[in-house]
Ligand binder design. Sequence first.
Ligand code: PDD
Length: 281
Amino acid sequence: RIAYVNGRYLPHGAAAVHVEDRGYQFADGVYEVCEVRQGFIVDMTRHLDRLARSLSELQMGWPLSRDAFKMVLREVVRRNRVRNGLVYLQVTRGVARRDHVFPNAATMPSLVVTAKKTDPRVVRAKVEKGISVITVPENRWDRVDIKTVGLLPNVLARQKAKAEGAQEAIFVDVDGTIKEGAATNVWIVSEDGVLMTRPADHGILRGITRATVMDVAAKLGLKVEERAFTVEEAKRAREMFLTAATSVVIPIVSLDGTTIANGHPGTMSAEMRDAFFDVAE
Ligand code: PDD
């Protein structure tokens, strides 16, 4: 495997960043994960648009021009011979002597890009059987719309899910509404048949897959209501599912031990999953 680190393509095992990188010390950095499908990076423009927003919210500069960025992403995919998999990019505020305030303006941001193949059978099994999820109280900061590498609450939540035999943990707000998963956005088809997902305010990450699934729904003539819904509403839902670049659309069949609908993946999520790659760019 090959990784890109600050202008160089290195063997994965030898790729490293400096010990005083601010990503390492302060989680002072942002990232993106894009799906690679048939050798193409899915929704690359939308991912780079979101990266631009994350960088600007944290007053960080671009390490490369947008065109150079696209070239590097494609080159890392090519060099790793990934046809189906994921490409990961991370930009941090760079290497500087540890100090909370921003380093001086001459400090270059650090850029790391890696890619890996994924086993399509793993996702297929989840799609066919559906997954179990648990809820956890929201304990993150109030700017989770910025895709930062500061993911400790997400790590602990996902680990808790695993320990309890579930595949994802879902953050729940103090008012009982569902926010999002540790690394996924959450949707339901309500008991009245309304396709619903939480509005993308500062309380969730504005998922790229979420945006494309909205386009898919529009193409299929399905109305999407952007509204917060409670755990109780989800337990009564006809369908419940997750979206993320790592798995596109994944049906949920159990929430905190309560079976969703008849315990089998729903038809609407399957329809949207099937149409996804006709709509994604
Ligand atoms: N996570 N919400 C959170 C908290 C996420 O971390 C992610 C993605 C999503 C879904 O966004 P998208 O559709 O753009 O992938 C929602 C990535 C995949 C990760 O951390 O691995």
